[in-house]
Design a protein around this ligand. Structure first.
Ligand SMILES: Nc1ncnc2c1ncn2[C@@H]1O[C@H](COP(=O)(O)OP(=O)(O)O)[C@@H](O)[C@H]1O
Ligand SMILES: [Mg+2]
Length: 282
């Protein structure tokens, strides 16, 4: 692993996951994540319909699609927040079945938002230390032995430095500018020591300069070997940093392929008609 991986504070589990993939039953590499035939209805609404795609270790994919396409629901199914009606989520060859959210966190899944939304009354440092403790002991900081608490704070301080948040360590989360708050969300997810990181619209609300900076940070985490699934509406940044796109529309996979081609696909362009999106055509 290169020095950049050390810089991002990747835990051993993520470093291991970034290594060469094992051979699958067909002789090819086993994807780190595979969705098979995921289906989910809310009353009469088919939110996910036979959704399937795979992500290889070390890959970064953009999961895109118009509003209401099912992107967040798909992440919630992967994270174990929402049980699907059909299909399965397979992590490194293991069917996650009905594993709980915490079991999935310990298996190496980290999702911003539902799982690691920052606690606004806490300092940036405590926020990250708490996430660090969740992966390791599944408990609150107060419940940790003194030595473990010191360890959590040291690990958190290290991660903050590496994510450019050191100057904010003792600021309260609710007083942060939005760009810094978004970076804190990523730091909390990273503190879980993920093998695969899911980000749900991390660039939302940022201006173009802030969006580019956070996108560059996300890109650098992937450069260091972390597998990332990025849900994002800012197509300019998605196309800039993700080599591959999976496009959802009305709960179905509409397209899956190299970013440059996929974003120019007629069906994909049609799916976005009526949406206000940033022109991805440079
Ligand atoms: N808990 C829920 N109950 C009912 N409908 C839901 C629920 N969650 C999502 N939906 C619906 O499922 C569809 C997909 O939503 P979502 O996954 O949030 O889309 P996206 O993230 O792509 O914008 C939408 O029509 C949404 O209204
Ligand atoms: Mg969403």
């Amino acid at each position: 692993m290169n020095g950049a991986a050390r810089q991002a504070g990747l835990p051993p589990s993520a470093r291991a996951a970034a290594g060469p993939p094992a051979d699958g039953p067909d002789g090819g590499p086993t994807p780190i994540l595979r969705l098979e035939g995921i289906g989910l209805s809310f009353g009469g609404l088919r939110a996910l319909d036979d959704v399937g795609f795979a992500v290889d270790a070390g890959e970064m994919i953009g999961l895109i699609g118009p509003n209401g396409a099912g992107k967040t629901t798909c992440l919630r199914v992967i994270a174990g927040i929402q049980a699907p009606d059909d299909g399965k989520v397979v992590l490194a060859g293991r069917d996650l079945g009905r594993a709980s959210v915490d079991e999935r966190v310990r298996a190496g899944l980290a999702l911003t938002h539902q799982i690691v939304r920052p606690l606004r009354a806490l300092s940036v440092l405590d926020n990250v230390a708490l996430a660090w403790g969740r992966r390791r002991v599944g408990g609150l900081l107060a419940g940790l032995a003194r030595r473990r608490r010191d360890e959590a704070h040291a690990a958190a301080a290290d991660l903050l430095g590496r994510l450019g948040l050191g100057a904010y360590a003792h600021h309260t989360a609710d007083k942060l500018p939005l760009g810094v708050f978004k970076r804190l969300e990523v730091a909390r997810a990273m503190a879980l020591g993920p093998r695969i990181l899911f980000l749900d619209e991390p660039l939302a609300g940022l201006n173009s300069v802030e969006a580019r900076r956070l996108a560059d940070l996300i890109r650098s985490l992937n450069d260091d070997g972390l597998t990332i699934v990025l849900v994002e509406h800012n197509l300019r940044e998605v196309v800039r940093i993700c080599p591959r796109l999976v496009v959802l529309e009305s709960g179905r996979v509409l397209a899956d392929g190299p970013a440059g081609e996929t974003i120019r696909d007629d069906a994909v362009i049609r799916a976005y008609i009526g949406e206000e999106v940033i022109d991805a055509g440079h």
